[in-house]
Design a protein around this ligand. Sequence first.
Ligand code: BGC
Length: 724
Amino acid sequence: MKNTLLLLCTCILSACHVDIETQIHELTEQMTLEEKVGMLHGQTMFTSSGVERLNIAPIKYADGPFGIREELETHSWAPLRLTTDSATFFPTGSALAATWSEEMARLYGKGMAEEARTRGKDMILGPAINIQRIPTGGRTYEYFSEDPFLSARLAVGYVHGVQDNGAAACIKHYALNNQENNRGMVDVRVSERAMREVYLPPFRAAVEEAGAWGVMAAYNKVDGSWCAENEMLLNRILREEWGFRGMVISDWGGTHSTVKSALAGLDVEMPGGRFFGQALLDSVRSGAVPEEVIDQKVANILRVRLNIDTVEETSHETAVSTPEHGRMVYEIATKAIVLLKNKDDLLPLDIEKHSKIAVIGDNAIRKHATGGIGAGVKARYEVTPLEALQKKIGDRTSLVFARGYESFSRKDRERGGILGGVMLTGTGGMLSGSATAGAKLDETLLAEALEAASGADLVLFFAGNNREVETEGADRMNIILPSLQDELIKKIAEVNPRIVTVVVTGAPVNLTTIEACSPAILVSWFNGSEGGNALADVLLGNVVPSGKLPFTFPVRLEDSPAYALKTYPNFDKALYTEDIYVGYRWFNAQKIDPLYPFGHGLSYTTFGYASMETGKEIYDTREVIKVTFQLKNTGNYASEEVVQLYVHRPESNVEWPEKELKAFKRVSLAPGESAKVTLEIPAERLQYWNETTDEWVPDPGKIELLLGTSSRDIKLRKTISIRS
Ligand code: BGC
């Protein structure tokens, strides 16, 4: 019965597939060349045309990646200022990544798709899945992780979530868009192995496993060719190797040629038609671009169009951000918060024991849905930490707020030299995220902060960046906390050393001073509409923190690879000479201790790891390595733990990082409860890219499996072998 049903489903699916391909063929045959070319470029800022005569609707795009962007004017970035286009602000990329949960990524994608559909959008311009190569990268907060495997799992979850709920996902920015400064011109030079093993895996997984319908070509060049006209990236890797069947669009203003882009595999130029309008028509007529190439592009678009139902134009008049979406972003936000440090169990706060708490720092009242350059969300609401704390604490204790420092503002950023025309040209300027020499703390704000701190039992210090510091179009010049926050915390610590610091950031910041001054530290990210509520619940112990760092917090910026090797900043070529040693792979290889390592995150409870087994000692290259162990909640709080499985090769002839993440799982346990946990690594996942033979090959021999609670806190080990 089950088999018959399966057969029936498979038949229906393949009939559907054939049907769509037949439909595509029939539709293309009826189109004029002008109609076909009309589909290959932007009609407005966020649509590309269909063919009305044949009932082919336009494709409507929406930024992405952390909320459905407000409506803009037809041909400019100016908002329409409607009252009906607000949306839910989802935690940004690095926050989602800190959940280490494919399930949360799926939920995220579902919420985004539902809001996109209500607003009449077909394709979400997200997820943004580039690897966080430099800590200063302007879009680190949008991206997931420095690790390819973690990024890949989240990308798969997000794309499934979107596409199982009726919208198309457009993964971006393909590929190697790892810096914002000079992003429109920089030429990335990377070894084939590093590209395959570090930078491409999230894109590959999103295409091969999740069937992403859209790919956005990045602004930069790779190996001398802009990504929107890069034969190797588009035709060869994406389509031939990974079997991508959807549509490739350029980043906004990222197309640079007609014939070269058309032949290399770009389908749609966005947002205008400078290269893929009349110029493309002329190139077909002159024979420079064969009409079959145009037909293929039309087919790629139709394949998406016919798989995504069109939505009524008027639908954005319905409320988009629902209470259910509020619950979704709350759940994601709670799992994202990372407890870095908790000396003497200062957290959770025992409210009854404190008669006065000082809340200090502009980030306690700052909203992060918009700011800087690029996509933001006109959030229906965003709860700040202070609002949430006031509501949840009520009159149980007295909360005194002091702003402490001036927020880093748009003006500060402009003084830092952002170049004009950044959005369309795809180039960016420099940004100083730090205090300028000679700057001083505002005396009134400082006095208020010290007064609040000295009379309190405890200080909640809100440090971190904001969306003017971290922005599209510009990297930070360093990772120093803006607005002289380090100076401020030192002064506060002199009057009250009981400080819990909450770091609001999307990217690594230098926490050495914060670390020296705070017995407890949390990272609470740009954490979405419910970020304040999630944080307050973690501080008060209503929720136990379970997030883990998706990237390394270095002690000094110069410890990180591209800075150590002085290959960044750059303005012409970006030489990725650190090769496969990105993020924690570099710190391990160089034996540099980070301040907080990749994968780190504490809990209010404790966990015991025991009895690691693999069933077998020797595996075939096609088998799945199964690791089981007992995880026990040995503390007093129900909580979740993210268990992490790394591999180390004790005696290989191939060069490998000291350890690499290959599996992870979020496990929920009540106090005293234990569970048998299984993690799986298909042996194929352990292959490397052989640059001599240009292919993935196994590296038989011993593999040490390292099971831990972070990349630097390994609890159990076991060695197995892969048979040659
Ligand atoms: C960004 C993309 C974004 C597009 C449309 C570009 O500047 O790089 O991520 O989707 O603008 O807003």
